[in-house]
Design a protein. Structure first.
Length: 270
């Protein structure tokens, strides 16, 4: 009896289907992010009026979700098809993109450590721009409220930063009821209250500064985050290491499979 040896017999099925499984998770996560982002945009009416995307001067969190979704969807698709079809071009695209993302993350971490003052100024500028757009986007509003409530902070450097928002600005000619106040997320919670008082920050900055700390958080969120980081450095480092190991594992699988495919093609050439 004569047995035939297929041309791809030397390609490791273990690495092939492990890489496929690795990427199917990427692809499904990308689909989930895209679906969530498009749903959020449809709820805000952006899909029917794309000019709303440029109308927000701060960060629209949905854009970040969509970008992450597109990247994960594209990488997952390239990795899955590349592994199943043993396509070197797709596998190299997947591997090269993961390497680029890994090096970018590493560069950002190093730059953040070496140029802390510059990073602090950029974070301050970023936070202030988002304060300006606080009432323009419900998702951005929820993120700022959560950040202030969880970290017991108010504004970038302090409560006076809310003058950057036209609705809260004390010097504005606006007749907004929130004028010279702060969002409710700046208020010190009352344990006796079971229902959140969304008007607790009204007119608070009309009082003397010595009275502010009786009603609202007076520490800026940048200072709060700077204090949070040293306390949770092991958690942050652990997350970074876990993500890095997953990326390195994906690079290893892709490079191993590429080497196998190239070896088989070279042997078949003779």
């Amino acid at each position: 009896m004569h047995y035939y040896r297929y041309s791809n017999a030397e390609v490791s099925c273990w690495y092939k289907y492990l890489l496929f499984s690795y990427n199917i998770v990427f692809w499904l996560a990308g689909v989930a992010f895209l679906a969530a982002g498009l749903w959020a945009w449809s709820e805000k009416g952006v899909l029917s009026d794309l000019t709303k995307v440029t109308g927000l001067h701060g960060l629209d969190p949905v854009v970040l979700v969509l970008v992450v979704g597109i990247v994960m969807f594209t990488l997952g698709f390239a990795g899955c098809v590349g592994a199943l079809r043993e396509n070197i071009c797709l596998l190299k695209f997947f591997c090269g993109t993961i390497v680029f993302i890994f090096l970018l993350e590493l560069a950002v971490a190093v730059m953040a450590f070496l140029f802390q003052d510059w990073v602090r100024d950029r974070v301050k500028e970023f936070f202030e721009n988002n304060i300006k757009s606080y009432r323009d986007d419900i998702d951005l509003q929820n993120i700022i409220d959560s950040l202030q409530r969880i970290n017991h902070c108010c504004g970038a450097q302090g409560p006076e930063d809310w003058d950057f928002n036209i609705y809260f600005d004390c010097k504005s000619e606006s007749k907004s009821r929130e004028k010279c106040g702060v969002p409710f997320s700046c208020c010190i919670p009352d344990p006796a209250q079971k229902v959140v008082n969304t008007q607790c920050g009204y007119d608070i900055r009309k009082k003397s500064k010595s009275q502010w700390d009786e009603h609202i958080f007076v520490k800026g969120c940048i200072h709060a985050l700077e204090a949070w980081l040293p306390r949770n450095i092991y958690i942050v480092a652990g997350v970074f290491i876990a993500i890095s190991l997953l990326q390195i594992f994906g690079i290893f699988l892709a490079r191993t499979l590429i080497s196998d495919i190239e070896a088989v093609k070279a042997s078949n050439a003779f």
